[in-house]
Design a protein around this ligand. Sequence first.
Ligand SMILES: [Zn+2]
Length: 203
Amino acid sequence: MEIIKFNENNYKKTILILGVFHGDEQDGEFLIRKYIGLKPDVKKNRLVFIPVVNKKGKENNTRTNINGVDLNRNFPTENWTLSKIKDNYYSGETPASEEETKELISIIKLYRPDCILTFHEPYRCINFDGPRFETLKIAKIISKFNGYKIEENIGYPTPGSFGTYCGIELNIPTITLELPQNEDKNTLWDDNKNIFEFFANEY
Ligand SMILES: [Zn+2]
């Protein structure tokens, strides 16, 4: 995975920011690359970007990875469940069976992020997992920037999800930012650009 880091020395907190977790949800990469392209002055925190988690899924424009696995059902959580059918939400044969899952786990062990932001689509809302007080505080700040509503629960079970793994089991504030689908790129950027500056120099 391509990893782009800012401010590796003298940082207070580490924020991990992920795009294209699902291959057919690509606007997170657009926002990440737009921000990076501005050559931002990151002074307070360390930012670690992975613009594309699911490279083959992006190439094929599929939710799942090259093996037909939904990475967001493949994390080794207590509630991991083997899927009955191989659909768009297929869990994989075993927890962390996929290379992308293993790589993210080792990246989290290596960088020990204080907060994680992952971009998804299409619900135009903010989900959160993790220590409630701290994570909800971050979700509220993001909601103030982009006007998206905060949803505590996405409305269906997500065994083996990245949010459960990082937020609930590792206790890292984890924000799942669901971008709207087919949004005009300028609007998307204007609504969300302040999030990057917040993580860079305020949080
Ligand atoms: Zn998604």
